[in-house]
Design a protein around this ligand. Structure first.
Ligand SMILES: Cc1cc2nc3c(=O)[nH]c(=O)nc-3n(C[C@H](O)[C@H](O)[C@H](O)COP(=O)(O)OP(=O)(O)OC[C@H]3O[C@@H](n4cnc5c(N)ncnc54)[C@H](O)[C@@H]3O)c2cc1C
Length: 383
């Protein structure tokens, strides 16, 4: 892949993994990062934030945490140090252009009617297409799953006891929350703080501002506040959509309100050629999922396997959508493979010609926790 020109947008956990995997295959990608350093969201988290996934699950398979980090849930500075060290160790830093924001992307060399009519991804099913079309980027620099249902019901009744006390049991079930990565892990001493009154919870679907602070639906007087911090999440789908210049790609990029985000293997949009998305769909341990996806993608780009036809990929996307609508109901649009991540990893392994059974023994494969260490010696084979 030495001569191929590849651009990665973002130097967060996903972009770093993608760059490292491509470097290993002789490709030298350019990483455009709008920010001034690596780390993505970790660079901007509040003091006191930390990992919620235990450290052994949040590490690149071939890059263990240093021995000096002994905490099960390292804090955001330790995560930043770890990511920086990874980028330096594998030469990723040399590929990153910091302060460069991708402001627009246009697919040139072929008309949108032709792209819309293609049966094979990128026209011929190859990662780089026929060679006659490519993405032109506008870059601005600094200035400019079911057997587990029983377990989930048991856990739900356990966790809801303290939540009931504070009226915080959500409308959706724990099962739905797991399927959609809607689980929130309480910070240290959360219930103690509630008990002593330094954290007060108010459940409300709407709120408004007034001179004294915030007026919460159902409350007669405002909550006096100088600062209001929104912890309401962000719209990653919008970010992806807005990167496209063409209205056609904008209209299909993230599906519609009645569909899931249409990504085959949560990576490839069947109708958007020569482009892949690594970190949009969440898992219970995003870092190693991003790494496995990056490995899958690098192998595909290196000619390791072919994608199925567009219609087969679309059918696969629809099956997933049906599953999500059935089990996560109102939250079906959330892209998350968290509850099914072993099943999902198995698919990526099979695509890469690797044995998805990563453990020593039938029972271990069925019941042991799977983590980054199980994918260390994954050696993809060419078809
Ligand atoms: C406090 C906190 C705790 C968390 N804890 C966990 C945890 O315990 N377990 C877990 O699995 N996940 C956790 N997460 C989720 C976390 O987001 C992911 O694990 C992971 O860091 C996401 O990495 P990413 O590279 O996919 O995206 P991001 O970190 O969002 O990186 C995207 C990068 O792309 C850049 N970018 C975006 N648009 C452009 C553009 N147009 N041009 C150029 N550059 C661009 C951004 O500047 C950014 O650097 C946590 C997140 C936070 C904030």
């Amino acid at each position: 892949m030495e001569k191929k020109r590849v651009v990665i947008v973002g130097a967060g956990v996903s972009g770093l993994a993608a760059c490292k995997q491509l470097l290993e295959r002789g490709c030298r990608p350019v990483v455009f990062e709008a920010d001034t350093g690596v780390g993505g969201v970790w660079a901007w988290t509040l003091e006191g934030t930390a990992l919620q996934t235990p450290r052994p699950m949040y590490q690149y398979s071939d890059f263990p945490w240093p021995e000096t980090v002994t905490e099960v849930f390292p804090d955001h500075r330790q995560v930043m140090d770890y990511l920086g060290a990874y980028a330096r160790r594998f030469g990723v830093l040399d590929c990153v252009r910091f302060g460069h924001r991708v402001a627009g992307m246009e697919y040139v060399g072929v008309g949108k009617e032709d792209v819309a009519a293609w049966d094979e991804w990128a026209g011929n099913g190859d990662a780089f297409g026929s060679g006659s079309s490519e993405w032109r980027l506008e870059v601005a620099d600094g200035e400019g799953h079911i057997e587990r249902w029983i377990f989930s019901k048991f856990a739900e009744s356990y966790y809801s006891i303290p939540m009931k006390k504070y009226g915080m049991v959500p409308d959706h079930s724990l099962f739905e929350a797991l399927i959609t990565c809607l689980i929130a892990i309480t910070p240290k001493d959360h219930y103690k703080r509630l008990e002593e009154g330094s954290i007060v919870l108010k459940k409300s679907k709407t709120f408004s501002f007034c001179n004294e602070g915030v007026l919460v639906e159902g409350e007669s007087s405002p909550i006096k506040s100088d600062i209001v911090i929104f912890g309401t999440g962000f719209r990653g789908g919008q970010k992806i959509k807005e990167m496209f210049t063409s209205e056609y790609f904008q209209s299909i990029a993230v599906g519609s309100a009645s569909t899931t985000i249409p990504l085959y293997r949560e990576i490839i949009h069947p109708k958007i050629p020569q482009l892949a998305v690594i970190g949009y769909s969440e898992s219970l341990a995003n870092l190693y999922t991003s790494e496995l996806r990056a490995k899958w993608l690098a192998h595909f780009m290196d000619g390791g396997f072919r994608l199925p036809s567009i219609s087969v990929m679309q059918n696969d996307v629809q099956k997933w959508e049906k599953f999500m609508k059935r089990y996560s109901r109102a939250y079906f649009r959330r892209s998350c493979i968290g509850f099914l991540h072993i099943w999902y990893n198995d698919k990526l392994c099979r695509d890469m010609g690797c044995n998805p059974r990563r453990k020593n023994g039938f029972w271990a494969d069925l019941f042991d926790v799977h983590g980054p260490g199980d994918y260390i010696d994954l050696h993809p084979k060419k078809e």
